[in-house]
Every structure is written in C-alpha cells, then in structure tokens.
Ligand binder design. Structure first.
Ligand code: KIV
Length: 267
C-alpha cells in the first residue's frame, strides 16, 4: 500500500521539489484529486464560497468544516490532508483554538490545520502545535479579515508592509508551523519570505518563487465563468462542458430519446 504523505515529507521538499496543493470539499472531487497524485489536499473554508454560495468565508462553522473534511478523508487520500480553522474557531481564546483544531483531527481525520494570521494569533498557534497538531500558517490576503482589509486586496505592497509580512512569517515559524500559505502578495515579496524561512511556502497569487502552489479546485477547473482573478489559471472549461451535458440530457428527455432500449431493464 502507498504510504500516506506526512507533514515531515512536505517539510523535506523545501529546496528540492515543488509542492502541489489543491482544495477539495466532497468525496467525488476528492477521488479525482486522489488519482492526480497531489501532495496536499486542503479543505479550505473557501467552502463558504464555492460550496455554500457565500460572498465571504465568514459564515463557515466548525461543524461544516468537520463535515467537508470527513467527506474528503472517507476517500482515503494518499495526500496530506489539512483542514481550515474557520472564522471565530480560534480568535477568541487559546482553549477554543486547541479544542477546535483537535475536532478536525479527532472527528474528521485531518492530519493538520490551517490558521490565518500572524503575531496576533501566535499564542493560539503555539498552543495547537503544543497539542501535537501540525499547523499550516496563512499570511497576506487572509480572507477572514476581508472587512478589516476593506476588500480582497493585494497585501504587503511597499517596503514597510513587506518587512511586516516577513516578521510575521518568522514569528509563525518560531511558533512551530510546518508550512506557510502566502496569498495575494507581490511575487518578489513572496520570494524574499520564502528565502528567509526554513519551512516551505505555498503561494496563491504569490508568484513562482514560493516552494509550492495552491488553487481552489472549482477555480482551476473553470467551473464559474464569472470568477477569473489574475492569479487563477483555468486548466479546463468545465462550466461549458457541464452546461452542454445537462442541456443535452434535458433535450433528450423532452424529445423522448432518453432513456433508450439499452437503459431499460428486461422482464
Ligand atoms: O480556503 C481556502 O481555500 C484557502 C486557500 C485559498 C489557500 O485558504
């Protein structure tokens, strides 16, 4: 049996092999992802957008994250499975943070959690790590802070902001995170942070100098034609493919050509 990828395997890739991460939220997609040999599957709180139709991730609850994570881990992925800590599951207290992180491992089978934020949540991150729960950090455009940022805007532009990002990244590394997502920051800044850290960085809208890359699966498959930010590449046009298939089904049912003889049971 193929060995499951571990946190240690991901850390060891730094400077040697690029890391590929993708999101998944349900078993059907997870099975396809499993066949594609990913390094990390992230059950992102982007579920609030792509699964639940919200315009932010703020409405996502712990119970929803447990549910989506379980849907993925039931497919027995070979990739490392990391689950997002949703809004208000860790900000209010250290004990909330440890208990909620623990739920994602105990009830849903994740191997680690992802936490947004830097020094402001460092005590929570340290406590989760001390409970032997691996933590992936997340800096730059952290979507749970959308209202504080005044929208989804590129972060860490300018020397001062870039230095602050690096300072936060180093503090998170010191607190024990095993890798760091950098979202929507200038490529040169992501490169500087990547060089300054011993742990791998995983970029989204952060250019090619990170140690790895992540995309939301619905985005890279082109399932929503209206969502095409600069950092997303459509590797397929599933919106049109799926629309065409559903329209063909509807026409055949209306014309009476489906079901045909080969779809009928004999007596
Ligand atoms: O929620 C998510 O999918 C994420 C990735 C975009 C990094 O945090």
């Amino acid at each position: 049996m193929k060995q499951r990828i571990t946190v240690r395997d991901i850390m060891d890739k730094k400077g040697r092999e690029r890391i590929v991460m993708i999101t998944a939220y349900d078993a059907t997609m997870a099975r396809i992802v499993n066949a594609a040999n990913m390094d990390v599957i992230l059950i992102g709180d982007s579920a609030g957008n792509v699964m639940a139709g919200g315009d932010s991730t703020l409405g996502v609850t712990m119970d929803q994250m447990v549910y989506h994570t379980l849907c993925v881990t039931r497919t027995r992925p070979g990739a490392l499975v990391i689950s997002d800590m949703p809004f208000l599951s860790y900000q209010a207290s250290v004990s909330d943070a440890v208990r909620n992180a623990g739920r994602l491992l105990q009830e849903a089978g994740a191997q680690g959690v992802k936490v947004e934020g830097g020094k402001r949540v460092i005590e929570q991150i340290r406590a989760i790590v001390n409970a032997d729960i691996p933590v992936m950090g997340h800096l730059g455009l952290t979507p749970q802070s959308v209202h504080a940022f005044g929208g989804y805007k590129v972060q860490a532009r300018g020397r001062q902001a870039a230095d602050l990002l690096k300072e936060n990244a180093l503090a998170l590394q010191d607190a024990g995170i095993f890798s760091l997502v950098l979202e929507c920051v200038p490529a040169s800044v992501a490169g500087e942070v990547t060089e300054a850290l011993d742990i791998p960085t995983i970029g989204i809208g952060a250019g090619p100098l990170c140690d790895g890359q992540v995309l939301v699966i619905q985005d890279m498959l082109g399932m929503d034609k209206t969502f095409k930010p600069k950092f997303v590449k459509h590797y397929a046009n599933l919106y049109d493919t799926m629309l065409g298939a559903i329209q063909a089904y509807a026409s055949e049912v209306r014309e009476g050509t489906f079901p045909a003889q080969e779809h009928c049971f004999k007596d």
